[in-house]
Design a protein around this ligand. Structure first.
Ligand code: APR
Length: 231
């Protein structure tokens, strides 16, 4: 099967009721990113950081995959689909997608503050001060904070270089290194960008914009891809 590689951002989860980051009413309007999503914030005010992610987990437990997520999972009938997501929610998994690489971590996981290899599934939504790893150290959200490296980026580049088709869904493409992945898409490979708002993209001679919300846009993407397959 042809390989479809998809880079997703918070926009694909907007129709599930989860806020995006930089839009009007987005998370970074409500919170100062450096006070809740950086190693410095954790040192300065661990309780505030814990509360921020506990709140987001509570919201995630109320959310369900939407037609955007479900459409990508359905595309596995026709394509070898790899999803590279900046999202920390588990809506792609819950929609039934089978190959998902999280670049920025996962909200439902926590990890040790001394050994990043000690990663645990969190039961429920609440991580508290005093919750410890097996080595007796505080647990932190398993999230890539601003200023921290993105361990999965090399794997992501490898996947992107094998794409026959590439799609970008629901991301403003302003956060690196994720936004830089588009540079690794071979020039002959068609790129589809799904977003209801205009998105600045680096030059690529084969980009098509589907200016729609993901719930509709993924359906249109399927039509376009199947038309190409049957050509
Ligand atoms: N369907 C598709 N796209 C949508 C929808 C929708 N229903 N609603 C909004 N969007 C688009 C917006 O137009 C915008 O381009 O989703 C994008 C969201 O962009 P951002 O808020 O910048 O979020 P994202 O690109 O995911 O942020 C990247 O930044 O804050 C960090 O680590 C965090 O992973 C995150 C990274």
């Amino acid at each position: 099967m042809k390989k479809l590689v998809v880079l997703t951002g918070s926009g694909i989860s907007a129709e599930s009721g989860l806020k995006t980051f930089r839009e009007m009413g987005g998370l970074w309007e409500e919170y100062d990113v450096m006070e809740v999503a950086s190693p410095e914030a954790w040192e300065a005010n661990m309780e505030l950081v814990l509360r921020f992610y506990n709140e987001r987990r509570k919201q995630l437990l109320q959310a369900e995959p939407n037609p955007g997520h479900l459409g990508l999972s359905d595309l596995e009938k026709h394509f070898d689909v790899d999803i590279i997501t900046q999202n920390v929610d588990d809506l792609h998994e819950r929609a039934g997608s089978t190959k998902i690489l999280h670049l920025h971590g996962e909200l439902k996981k926590v990890r040790s503050t001394v050994d990043p290899n000690l990663i645990y599934e969190l039961d429920g939504w609440e991580l508290k001060a005093g919750d410890k790893c097996e080595k007796g150290f505080q647990l932190r959200p398993h999230i890539v904070w601003f200023g921290e490296p993105v361990p999965a980026i090399e794997k992501a580049v490898e996947i992107v270089q094998q794409a026959d088709f590439f799609a970008v869904i629901g991301t403003s493409l302003v956060v690196y290194p994720a936004a830089g992945l588009i540079h690794y898409v071979p020039s002959s490979v068609p790129i589809y960008v799904i977003d209801p708002n205009p998105v600045q993209t680096p030059y690529h001679k084969n980009i098509e914009f589907i200016q729609q919300k993901a719930g509709v846009g993924v359906g249109l993407l399927k039509e376009k891809l199947l038309a190409r397959l049957n050509k």
